[in-house]
Write a protein that binds this ligand. Sequence first.
Ligand code: PEP
Ligand code: MG
Length: 573
Amino acid sequence: MKIKGIAASDGISIAKVYKLESPELIVLKDLIDDSETELKKLETALEKSIIEVQKIRDNTAKSIDEEHAMIFDAHIQIIKDPEMDRQVKDLITEQKYNAAYAFQTVSETFAQIFESMDNDYMKERAADVRDISKRIISHLLNVEISDPTLIDEEVIVVAKDLTPSDTAQLNRKFVKGFITNIGGRTSHSAIMARSLEIPAVVGTKNVLENVKNGELMILDGLNGIAITNPSKEEVKEYQNIQKQLLKKKELWATLKNSVTKTIDNHQVELAANIGSPEDIDSVINNGGEGVGLYRTEFLYMNNNDFPTEDEQFIAYKMVLESLGKHKIVIRTLDIGGDKELSYLKMDPELNPFLGQRALRLCLSNIPLFKTQLRALLRASIYGNLHIMFPMVATLEELREAKDLLKKCHLELTKEGYEVSDSYQVGIMVEIPAVAILADQFAKEVDFFSIGTNDLIQYTFAADRMNEKVAYLYQPYNPSLLRLIKMVIDASHKEGIWTGMCGEMAGDQIAAPILLGMGLDEFSMSATSILQTRYLFSHLKFEEMKKAVLEVVKLSTNKEVYDYMSELIKKSKE
Ligand code: PEP
Ligand code: MG
């Protein structure tokens, strides 16, 4: 069977299907005659759960570290808790309740006791109790729940949706790709797939309902297609495509240590987007000339609590030191939208992408923001730091953020810390209001970085996560191109540089247009860098400048796409 979706991360994988689902656990309240049988069921469910948690513990120790693995020791202790055990058994033997109901009743009481405690640490144990109860109850009900941490063979993960933290937990060794029902090319799980260098297809609407665990799947992340139970010929055909892709990559790799320039010697900078210090290896291996976007929210998302100033300082210092003189753009916390923190209670919002996200959230929680700004400033002496604020909408917001940064700088100097005085401060241009007023913003910042993932969603009023409106992700639409041109022109008029860190920067049809507009820096998934350098080395800047004058006069996304495809094809001949 052929399944169609949106191509989200390049590459081909052939592996078994692993369905990641969390079915609802419906516990009925039954009275039973035979308490012995229920006690036996309980004992078996507890034993199975201990074996599984022990396996997760060992996998975590291997793939992350011992400290994270210890969380699961606490889970095992909960399973073995004698008081909980006594109360569950009493409900079964004395009240004659079925084991699942007895266990659920007692565990929920325990969770609520933890939740009502004053101490934050104890409060968090409620989530542990609920987590482990789910596992035990699933065994009592004989319902299979999937658990990606238990994966120990090569698979393609199939899910309704993957949150960025689900994606972060996928084991790179075994997960060879993923395919989901919902999502678009710029949803964060798709972006992470590109940095994990695994193929991904999103927005299929119903892949989860149409595949079975264990069946073979070909995942084609280049064309947004999956094939289940492929024929021998199809497997062969895709193995050939895999080989050709590898050959192309070898050709691109010859430019790893070169500068990025066109035939007529116009030079630009190709940088990488990263989510953690560990991604730096991939930046270096792919010939990145710097980091144009470090999404610091993953430092928060991969944690059980807010990272402290020292923890953040260590991460930022590590990234800054790793690339020497090269520019590192570190973006302040951009939480909200599709990125949540398990430990930060946010009021539910009807439109989270239009709500209190990113800078708006930071300005409403100054202690949270200050911790990050202080860590950044302390790290500033270790490299070429650029601080960038996300989701700025007004000049007042920018001024407030800059004032706070200045305050932190003064505070730190008074406390005896050394802080660099040469770091740059910039903003993401991802809200149309800022693009339109770019001439004024340009007077108050050192640089712009255009965030097209959001700029496109706000310009076309189309949720970037919603596959039903994915056709409105229109990077070539002349309306967007004119907006981008305004931003680049405004920055150059003020003598500041403009980069782009949205996915559009690595798009092989859009990038030549941006080149012609004079974009100074292109920041993309590390895996797109060499391909883009290769492309630029076959283009003439003067020709692309002329192409810009033509495409902004066209009317639709498709017209621009066709015009540029033809032009690029000719240039490569
Ligand atoms: C963007 O909006 O283009 C961007 C780079 O930020 P994010 O994808 O993290 O929202
Ligand atoms: Mg954004």
